[in-house]
Design a protein around this ligand. Structure first.
Ligand SMILES: NC(=O)c1ccc[n+]([C@@H]2O[C@H](COP(=O)([O-])OP(=O)(O)OC[C@H]3O[C@@H](n4cnc5c(N)ncnc54)[C@H](OP(=O)(O)O)[C@@H]3O)[C@@H](O)[C@H]2O)c1
Length: 261
């Protein structure tokens, strides 16, 4: 894959996994446009990327849970062709469903599912016309089983994985790579933001954003529809599939109980 003279739009590029992927793309010579919600996070990320990048780095601040967010992104990029779309923006909620704030979980669906789908609708047709392009969607190992105590989050990520595999099949004959990256637990601000407490034992197994970004680049350059980051996560995800959704929901319940106060 030639990254030079390519433009990448990375949602969630202001932090964590999205920023690490944006850095890999910038290092390879692509022009990077990051999308974040928080202005100061986005400015800090632009400054980090500018040190690496061979071309200009741009940032767009927009709340993807809000109506009109996609139109704002379209206005800001002013018709510039997007060669690589990385849908990484997302967040989780943890705890029993009946105790969750309904509006927050609606926003979670709006960001993790609706905005991701809308952005593919905006940029995929031109990629197909050009017979080249990449859409990388960030799912999760949570996509492989129902997660008691993170029920909405896991359901959003199942959607992302399912959509990506189906679009991969539709788009491969047009020369467009659509794929889902499935990270397991990774050291970012994700868990603090989700009020998702983790134990020291669990934290020892966390992957780094650099490891995840490395897997993301391998996936972009492969012809695969999805990839799980890390051997341990791969084994756990396949085990969840093997034992089926009911038993894996039961196991996730006890895991989440020990990880969530
Ligand atoms: N960390 C993990 O263990 C893990 C595992 C599997 C999958 N993932 C997935 O990886 C992706 C990135 O998460 P992360 O771990 O890197 O967490 P993170 O550091 O919290 O990054 C989340 C990114 O999404 C952006 N974002 C969140 N809500 C948004 C909104 N309403 N509008 C616009 N941007 C929004 C954030 O922007 P601001 O900072 O500006 O708010 C930030 O750039 C998510 O889709 C997450 O579900 C994470």
């Amino acid at each position: 894959m030639n990254y030079l003279n390519k433009t990448a739009l990375v949602t969630g590029g202001s932090s964590g996994i999205g920023l690490a992927i944006a850095k890999e793309l910038a290092r390879r010579g692509s022009q990077v446009i990051i999308v974040g919600r928080d202005t100061s996070n986005t400015e800090d990320a632009i400054a980090e990327l500018a040190v690496i990048s061979r071309t200009s780095v741009r940032g767009i601040t927009v709340d993807l849970s809000q109506a009109g967010a996609i139109q704002r992104i379209q206005q800001q990029i002013e018709g510039q062709p997007i060669d690589i779309l990385v849908n990484c923006a997302g967040f989780g909620t943890a705890g029993e469903f009946y105790m969750q704030d309904a509006a927050k979980e609606r926003d979670e669906i709006a960001v993790n599912v609706v905005a991701l789908t809308d952005l593919i609708h905006v940029f995929l047709p031109a990629m197909i016309e050009r017979r080249s392009g990449v859409v990388l969607n960030i799912a999760s190992t949570a996509a492989f089983q129902p997660l008691a105590r993170a029920a909405v989050y896991a359901a959003t990520k199942s959607y992302v994985l399912s959509l990506s595999i189906a679009l991969h099949q539709e788009c491969k004959s047009y020369g467009v790579q659509v794929a889902a990256l499935c990270p397991g637990m990774t050291r970012t601000k994700f868990f603090d933001k989700a009020n998702w407490h983790t134990t020291r034992d669990t934290e020892r197994t966390f992957r780094t954003v650099e490891q995840v970004a490395n897997t993301a680049m391998q996936l972009i350059e492969s012809a695969r529809p999805y990839r799980i980051d890390g051997l341990r996560n791969t084994i756990l995800a396949h085990f969840a599939r093997l034992i089926g959704p009911s038993l894996s929901a039961r196991l996730s319940d006890s895991f989440m109980r020990s990880n969530h106060n």
